[in-house]
Ligand binder design. Structure first.
Ligand code: AMP
Length: 419
């Protein structure tokens, strides 16, 4: 089936074509018809499957059709997302697909001044995309009125629960009309998520995408045994060999992200970092540089990168193994978006083997092993010069020589004085 065959407004079809989307992805094929019929949907799908457009396309059509009839003011659709980055990204999809419609959208999130957001809300917004914290503040202050809401979307609901937004979500529900269409999207499902989902949806259409192999077919992924202290050499080597490849590197902590950036600098490789210690502006400018391809290597922690959609990431490196199979799926899902192809490689040190076994087990099948021969392993280590170290060493020697010279001079002077 092609997008042309859907009964959606011509303007939306035009924008879809402009995006270069020809055929719907699996999740789009399954969700667009029931959403257009006004049904509630409970969908289990990871980012990378095309799930954003799966709800944006039918929502835009429903609002476009109604807007011409009723022209009533107020927010008609609310999309809740766990992070600033994801909220902004969803808004981008709304903006690009709504170009030839009368529907407008706006995104609110924390970390920035409320005033401009209030001003924009005052002008009238059809689709509001928001993170729960800021949304809750603005609803409490009366700046966001949700009485006329027709469609509610919860995106990455599992991540919202992980981040502790459950109370904000439940409090917000009191401000929403009971009669509405609810679309609930989550990458994973467990008892807690099911409970939340069933408290919000009514007789939903259930959709689950690739439950057996959660890693998309277009992603080639493998793991290699590399010891902790050697990881930086292997990464440096790979980056040097493919300087034009857009690479996203995952590390466990903010400190490790910064350390790795320095270690790469010593190998004369430039990289940028994104993590929780960076403010919103820095995070956005790093993301922008990586998105545009001005920077080819981005080092990220899980929290900062979750849900982020960056086009053309060709390679994902798990520099540190993630703590769970779910995280693994999220990380490698940053490549091979939509119908693109992608590659991912994980580095597993001896102390991470137990973690790897657990991930293998939860994925349902082991990740392919990439064997590195002893000779190649040693050669990779030996081939890397940490330039700054060398310079540090040289400058230390020079410094020592100057000090020795000065000391010799002083010694001679003292001897002379004694005489
Ligand atoms: P998402 O899962 O919403 O984060 O989307 C992942 C990526 O898939 C985005 O980069 C979209 O631009 C792309 N995408 C979405 N729908 C399609 C489609 N029908 N054909 C090709 N690419 C798509």
């Amino acid at each position: 089936m092609k997008f042309d065959e859907y009964s959606i407004s011509e303007g939306i079809k035009k924008s879809i074509a402009k995006q270069g989307f020809k055929k719907p992805t699996d999740i789009q094929y399954k969700s667009i018809p029931p959403i257009l019929r006004g049904e509630d949907v409970l969908a289990i799908a990871q980012t990378g499957t095309g799930k954003t457009a799966a709800f944006v396309i039918p929502i835009l059509h429903l609002l476009q059709v109604k807007k011409t009839v009723r022209k009533s003011a107020g927010i008609k659709c609310l999309v809740m997302a766990p992070t600033h980055e994801l909220a902004l990204q969803i808004n981008e999809v709304f903006v690009s697909l709504s170009k030839h419609t009368k529907v407008n959208s706006f995104c609110i999130h924390g970390g920035v001044e409320q005033d401009r957001q209030k001003e924009e809300l005052g002008k009238g917004v059809d689709v509001l995309i928001a993170t729960p914290g800021r949304l809750f503040d603005l609803v409490s202050q009366g700046d966001v009125v949700l009485k006329g809401l027709e469609i509610l979307v919860l995106d990455e609901a599992d991540h919202m629960l992980d981040l502790g937004f459950i109370k904000d979500i439940k409090d917000l529900m009191r401000h929403l009309p009971e009669r509405r269409q609810t679309l609930f999207f989550s990458a994973t499902i467990n008892e807690k998520i099911k409970k939340l989902a069933y408290s919000l949806v009514v007789n939903p259409i259930r959709i689950q995408i690739s439950p057996k192999d959660p890693v998309a077919k277009n992603i080639e992924h493998a793991v290699a045994s590399i010891e902790m202290d050697d990881k930086r050499f292997f990464l440096g080597n790979m980056l040097a060999e493919h300087p034009d490849r857009k690479t996203l590197v995952f590390v466990r902590t903010k400190v490790r992200a910064e350390r790795l950036k320095l270690a790469l600098e010593r190998q004369k490789i430039e990289a940028i970092t994104i993590h929780g210690d960076k403010d919103q502006k820095e995070r956005e400018s790093s993301m922008q540089a990586f998105r545009k391809g001005e920077q080819k290597t981005l080092i990220a922690t899980d929290i900062s990168a979750r849900g982020i959609d960056i086009p053309n990431v060709e390679f994902v490196v798990n520099y540190d193994l993630p703590e769970s199979a779910e995280q693994y799926v999220h990380r490698v899902g940053r490549t091979g978006r939509g119908r693109e192809k992608g590659q991912a490689l994980s580095f597993c040190a001896t102390e991470e083997v137990a973690l790897l076994e657990e991930i293998d087990q939860n994925l349902g099948k082991p990740i392919a092993r990439l064997e590195i021969s002893k000779k190649n392993y040693q050669m990779t280590k030996a081939s890397v010069t940490e330039n700054n170290n060398e310079e540090d060493w040289k400058s230390l020697m020079e410094h020592a020589a100057i000090e020795t010279e000065a000391w010799e001079k002083k010694k001679k002077k003292r001897k002379k004085n004694k005489k």
